[in-house]
Structures are given as structure tokens and as C-alpha cells.
Design a protein around this ligand. Sequence first.
Ligand code: NAP
Ligand code: MG
Length: 398
Amino acid sequence: MSKIQMTTPLVEMDGDEMTRILWQMIKDELILPYVDLKTEYYDLGLKHRNETDDQVTVDSANATLKYGVAVKCATITPNAARVKEYDLKEMWKSPNGTIRAILDGTVFRAPIIIKGINPVVSCWKKPITLARHAYGDVYKNVEIKVPGPGKAELVFTAADGTETRETIHEFKGPGIIQGIHNTIASITSFAYACFNYALETKQDLWFATKDTISKKYDHTFKDIFQDIYDSEYKEKFEKAGIKYFYTLIDDAVARVVKEEGGFIWACKNYDGDVMSDMVSSAFGSLSMMTSVLVSPKGAFEYEAAHGTIQRHYYRYLEGEEPKSNPVATIFAWSGALKKRGELDNLPELTAFGEKLEKAVVDTIESGVMTADLARLSVIENAKTVNTKEFFAAIRERL
Ligand code: NAP
Ligand code: MG
């Protein structure tokens, strides 16, 4: 059989621990036998990030801007324990944070739907994609513990020295205050990423904030989305047969659990943090959540939503046969290959990505699955397999 050809390389970002092992298995078992794989390889494993003073992370993000499509393995975000474990020169920043800052993107997360692995919310039939704004608000806050009586004020000093003041509260006793911000540039690129992704995937777009209470802060998010929609996307959406829909965040939450899915739900940073955990847990398992970072600069980075599955890795190091579920990482590869096929006009490559995904879904629906899914499945005569056996079953179908 002749292998499927590629013209532009994928930016390949290798990672850490158990997912690094899965990464190699995916390539060896499911991709290299069929595709004449072209990648530009960046080793984002913590050891190599440390050796390069994290320059490799920056280089991989710049390569993503150059080529347009990346596939990323899960990576360790160092904490104090990791600094010791890997003898790090310093506590390097989160690679995802570094990459996001360069690509200026929005993260879209969607569950992979399997018949027989039913969402907790019984009316959900199609995936709900969560689009999370990943800049500012409470994640970049400034806080003060107020010790006793006094006046708290919000002050903005313009570049020319002019001051704008608002009283926050006249404290009669102890309390707490918090300052948060966002930028028009970041909200604007969030809006573009959401509208483009909706068009690309032909799904309705929902957006919700609390603009009735937050008449300037949240209202600005609402206005930016509406202005961009009216001036640049209204016609395109009508042509594609999809809708943009704005509502209040509490109304959105109430509606989401009564719909059947199949839409994109754009959330401010905190709402997205909380709601993406709710949506992914209600759909089943973290190991079945795909994630793609879409940059307004025209780049795409595909990954799994979960981490490096540390506990499984330590058991693997002790000699245990891998039992982790590789599905979300396989879908990161298939997503990247499909996108590369689409951009380079290589229908065979796109079709391969689709077939790979179908082989995975069919394998699970036939009852062959890893332990994390077996716990949730109502499929009759389901067989729990380890990672290697799971790969073999997928390959047979492929
Ligand atoms: P994790 O890797 O997401 O795993 C947490 C638990 O979820 C696992 O112990 C396992 O539960 C289950 N799980 C997750 N993915 C699974 C899969 N594919 N198959 C089967 N079970 C799966 O989170 P973590 O262990 O807390 O974090 C490990 C490292 O990942 C951290 O250093 C963190 O910095 C990093 N991280 C990276 C990313 C990223 O690169 N995008 C995201 C999050 C975390 P059981 O042990 O109960 O089987
Ligand atoms: Mg969270």
C-alpha cells in the first residue's frame, strides 16, 4: 500500500510522562504505517525545556504561526515538587500559557460522543463545545484584605496624568476588595476566534455574560461581540445556516441542560473554567475531551484536554502494562492531520483523519475499551483492554 503524502509539515510538540508514551504508540501504530508523515519536531518534554531555558516552547509556538497547524502532547507545568524531581534551573512557566500568549488564542473543548457511554444530562445527544476566553478577569486580579474602617476607591490614571475615580465602598469594619481588568484587544480576538470557529464547524454560537449587573465590564464583552457580528459575520452566518445568540449567563446555564447540544458556548474566563469542568464531567470522562487552540492569526493547535496522567506513568515505570486511554490524544493527531489536509487541499489526508476517528469510535462502540470508559459504559459484553490491546483493535478496523 502506498502511503498518503503530505506537503506541509505539522508542528509536532512532544510532551511528558504517560502521554509521551502514548504519543509514540499513536505514531507507530496508527499513523506511520499509513501516512508519509512530515513534522517539524519540538521536544517540549520538561527535561528538554529545562536544557533550552524554555526556548523550545517559544520556538514551537513561532513555528505554529509559520506553518499554521500544530499537534501537542500534554506537558508538565512545573511546581515546587517538579523542580526537585527534574532538578530544574527554575520553575518554568506553563507551556500552554506561553504558547497561548504567542498565538493569542481561544481554547475550544469538545467531548467525543460514544453510543453506550451516556452523558449524565440525558437530553445531550451532540457535543457541546466550550470556548473559553483565556485572558484576564479574576486570573489577573489584584486583591486587598481591608483591616478596618476606611474608603476603597477605583482610580485610573491616564497617560497624561488625568485621574478618574469611583468609590467602591465606605468600610465601617474589615472587608475585602478585588480589582480585575481586561483589554479590548483580547476581547476582540476572542470574538473573532469564536465567530470563525462557528463558521468553520457550522455550529450555532452562544455567548453569555452578566451585562445586566456589570453594565460596563460585561456589557463591553457583549457589545464587542455584537458589533463584530453585525458588521462582519451576520451574512456569513445566514449563508451557513447558523445563528449567533446572546443571553445572560444564568439563562444560558439553565438552557444548556435542556438542549440536545451541537453548538458552541463561548464563556468569559471564569465561567469557562467552571463550565468546562461541568460539561466534560457531565459528558463522561476527561480522557474523551478534545481541545484546540484557535488563533486569530490563522493558526491551530490540537491537543487533549487532560494532563500527562502522572499516576499511570509512575505505575508504568514500575513495570505495569499501560492502561491509559489514548483517545483524546489520537483525536489531537487526527484533528491536526484533517486540518493540514484541508489547508493543503489533500483530500486523502483529510479522509484518513476521519477514518482514524471512525475506527476509534467504532472500536469502543463494539465494546472494546479502556478501564476508565468501561466504568461508564452500558454497552453489552464490553471488554476492558489495556492500551496496547486497544491500539491493536483500532488498527484492525483502520
Ligand atoms: P491528568 O493528567 O489530567 O490526570 C488526572 C487523572 O485523570 C488521572 O490520574 C486519571 O485518573 C485520569 N485520566 C486523565 N487522563 C486519562 C486518560 N487519558 N486515560 C485514563 N485516565 C485518565 O492530571 P494530573 O495527573 O493531575 O496532572 C499531571 C500533569 O499534567 C501535571 O504536571 C500538570 O501540570 C499536567 N497538565 C498538563 C496539561 C496540558 O499539557 N494540557 C493539562 C493538565 C495538566 P486515575 O488515576 O484515577 O486513573
Ligand atoms: Mg478548572
